[in-house]
Design a protein around this ligand. Sequence first.
Ligand code: GRF
Length: 218
Amino acid sequence: MHAVSTPLPVVILISGGGTNLQAIIDAQQSGALAVDIRAIISNRPDALGLKRAQHAGIPNIVMDHKTFASREAFDRALISKIDSCGAPLVVLAGFMRILTAEFVQHFAGRILNIHPSLLPKHRGLDTHAQALAAHDTEHGASVHFVTTELDGGPVIAQARVPVLAADTAASLQARVREVEHILYPRVLQWYASGRISLKAGRIVFDGKPLDAALRIDT
Ligand code: GRF
């Protein structure tokens, strides 16, 4: 178990705006989240999240997937880069790449992702439009361990929002994004303080198997 007083080294992977990254940086800076962000890696050179990293003085690295011959070659280079940062935890924060089985297995039990739906509902893209099309009355976000099944790994915790009659995909996305920014730092702090782990494919929370995703009040 990671010692509670020592910040947990992490690497954060992004592809875009990085509002979740910002929430993690803010939580770290306010003392609510004991992580040591060793590096932020973006597969897109123009990701706005890189500016957030620079502003916070965190090492930031561009690894443009387009410059690699294959998905396998990119993922192998990414594994080396992350390993060289000495971070036991990989945090996906809007990283829009499907990861190879090799990558996921290398970091088994050590990769977390946030997905904008109440998994197992609405995997993949356009989750807010999916929720509206399904006439859901509730929607939200999930933080889960990453496995080889896309958006299919064990869910640690979820935050919920109502779906309102006048909602568009954009308004729903904005409401979900707000709760993501509360949910992700909170789950990361549980992981960083050794309260959560993945053992034999099952989540263990405070020493006990977790039967259902925890519900975060926001
Ligand atoms: C978030 O909705 C997150 O759930 C999903 O990608 C989006 C990233 O947004 N995985 P941002 O880059 O953190 O603003």
